[in-house]
Design a protein around this ligand. Structure first.
Ligand code: FE2
Ligand code: FE2
Length: 171
């Protein structure tokens, strides 16, 4: 009887539930993709921690304070993504994607912007993948992260005096 099911059994039922139609990807592939996202979040934490403290020049002091805020938000994203991986039965990675270093303020901001663009493209695709697997709550969590990443992108583009890039979707 449904009422007598344990929390664990109900949870397993939820994990199997998929909407009508064939999912775009398997749950294993989603775990793998989320681990790539997590590695990008670690990369972002490291880059923002280091760049916010080492960026030089009077013109960059306002953005330095912004970068420090980004670092804290990226940690929140990493925790949220790790939680989703664990929920799916996966093991969160411990490896960040490589971080490039530069002494030049404009280069630092351009590197951050490039990473944010890549992150945004991936999260847009991840939301669709979560939805195709019936993981609507997970898709909502990732949407909240995406809103944040787009703010980071705007902060960086503005500091660089560039237009906010229009991103082509991932293939
Ligand atoms: Fe992030
Ligand atoms: Fe970000």
């Amino acid at each position: 009887m449904t009422q007598t099911k344990t929390a664990t059994t109900r949870n397993e039922d939820n994990r199997r539930a998929i909407p009508n139609g064939t999912p775009d990807i398997s749950r294993e592939q989603l775990i793998e993709n989320l681990n790539q996202d997590l590695a990008r979040e670690y990369q972002a934490i490291i880059a923002y921690v280091v760049y916010s403290q080492t960026i030089k020049g009077a013109a960059y002091m306002a953005i330095a304070a912004e970068l420090e805020k980004h670092a804290q938000q990226e940690l929140g994203h990493a925790l949220l993504i790790a939680k989703q991986i664990d929920y799916l039965g996966g093991v969160p990675t411990v490896q960040p994607k490589p971080v490039q270093m530069s002494q030049d303020a404009e280069d630092m901001l351009a590197l951050d912007l490039e990473n944010e663009n890549e992150t945004i493209r991936n999260y847009r695709s991840r939301i669709r993948q979560c939805e195709s697997l019936g993981e609507f709550a997970m898709a909502e969590h990732i949407r909240t992260i995406l809103v944040n990443e787009q703010e980071h992108q705007i902060d960086l583009a503005t500091a660089l005096g560039r237009e906010v890039p229009q991103l082509a979707p991932l293939p």
